[in-house]
Every structure is written in C-alpha cells, then in structure tokens.
Design a protein around this ligand. Structure first.
Ligand code: F6R
Length: 240
C-alpha cells in the first residue's frame, strides 16, 4: 500500500484528481470505478476544472459506479446516478451511455447479476476510486460481508443510515437497502485509490492499513491487493 498524506481536503482532492488524470492520459479508453459521497466531490470538481482548461478528455472513458440506493429512481436528488450527473458527468465530455450506475429500481437478483455482467463486459476496471465509511465499509459492503461477494443487495447498518441522514430531510427517508459492487469485484480492479478526509475516518483508515484482515472491517481486504494508494488528509491520517 502506498500511503500519501495530504494537508487538507483541497490538497487531497488535487492529489486524487492527479492520479485519475494520469490514468486517463495514459489510457484514454480506460475504465474508472467511481464513488459518490463527500470524499470525492472535491476530486470531481478538480477534474472538471482541468477538463474545462482543455487538459483532460473524457470522450473515450467508461465509468462504473460502486453503488445505488435500492428504491430510488435515477432522477431522485439523493440517488447516486443524480449525484454523478451533477458532480461529474454533466460537466465533462463523457459519453453518458458509457457511464454505469446500478439501477435502484431493478430486481435485487436480476439487477445485480446484470450489473456484474456490465462490469465484466467493460474488460475490467483500470482504476477504482473508493471512499471509506466510518465503520470501514467500502462501496456499501458493510462489516461482516463475505469477502468473495460480487454485486449484491445489502441492508444498510444503523451506523451508515445515521452517517447518510445528513443528505435527507429525515432519517426515515434514508433508504434501508442498497445495491453495491462486491469486495471481490473491487479487488479485481487493477489499481485502487482510496481517499479519506476528516477525523471521523481516522480509525477506519488505521484499521484498513494496519488492522487485522477481517470482514468486520471490509476495507482491510485492501491489504491483499498489490496496487492500492491511500490518500488521507492530516485528520484522517492522524493514527497512522
Ligand atoms: C459511496 C460509497 C461509500 C462512501 C463512504 C464514505 O459511493 O461507496 O462507501 O465512499 O460511505 O462516504 P463519504 O465520502 O460521504 O464520507
């Protein structure tokens, strides 16, 4: 694992965007695995900025997102498809038909199977961007998930529902289930880039890097991947 310490969120976002840019420059028709949430917002902003300056070209890029809330349609403001359109896709020259996000309205079995086939049909993820949950989840792979899982439907933990309620009017509105790419699929990505910001991520980052490899800390499986970069700002890297 390569650990990169960033000064703050801006520095972290810039460093992460640099790595993604390098990937796109080295292989314009690359496949990016993408995440939503607070962690990557700054990274996407930076990528948009470089695109607008003419330094980046997304025209051949394919993207596969990690997860989606079960039951939310793509036009719902809290759906991850909506997030991706707003924070990245609508602002760069990507071909939207090559941007994939699990369908929140799909049948749990058929929809997940189809999504896994889509990922395989892309030829594999070149660079997977990940945020990390305060409980060590990656994607929506909550603690105790099977390490070998592919795309599946999960019950969100109280902890995650609580962490995500800030985006909804009330806790009751937070969906209780989600579709997520599994750990097995994530581990197949050629390179993995984890970004973590803020003190509340310090334990999760420490456990992911130095803790026991256990399904109780899903991110700990990343210790077994041979090309992982973790960028953490000072607060998130506090315990390293
Ligand atoms: C989102 C995702 C989640 C988040 C994690 C951290 O697509 O996969 O694992 O990365 O919950 O969320 P933030 O960045 O909002 O702290």
């Amino acid at each position: 694992m390569t650990i990169v310490k960033a000064k703050d969120y801006t520095d972290l976002s810039r460093k992460a965007a640099n790595i993604i840019s390098a990937q796109i420059i080295m292989k314009p028709a690359c496949v990016l695995g993408l995440a939503t949430g607070s962690s990557p917002e700054g990274t996407y902003k930076q990528l948009i900025d470089w695109y607008q300056k003419g330094d980046l070209d997304f025209s051949q890029v394919t993207t596969v997102n990690l997860d989606e809330y079960r039951g939310l349609p793509p036009e719902h403001e809290q759906s991850y498809r909506y997030f991706m359109n707003k924070h990245l896709f609508d602002n760069v020259n990507i071909d939207k038909s090559r941007t994939f996000v699990p369908d929140g309205l799909a049948d749990p079995v058929e929809g997940c199977k189809k999504y896994e086939e889509i990922i395989k049909s892309t030829g594999g993820i070149d660079l997977q961007l990940l945020g990390i949950g305060v409980n060590g989840h990656i994607g929506f792979n909550e603690p105790d998930v099977f390490f070998e899982s592919e795309t599946h439907c999960v019950d969100l933990t109280e902890n995650t529902i609580e962490a995500n309620r800030r985006f909804f009017n009330s806790k009751d509105e937070v969906p209780k289930q989600a579709y997520t790419v599994g750990l097995r699929t994530i581990m197949h990505a050629k390179r993995i880039l984890v970004i973590a910001s803020g003190e509340n991520k310090a334990d999760a980052v420490y456990n992911a890097v130095y803790g026991k490899i256990t399904p109780e800390v899903p991110a700990s499986i990343l210790q077994l991947h041979n090309d992982v970069i973790i960028i953490a700002d000072e607060a998130a890297a506090k315990k390293l």
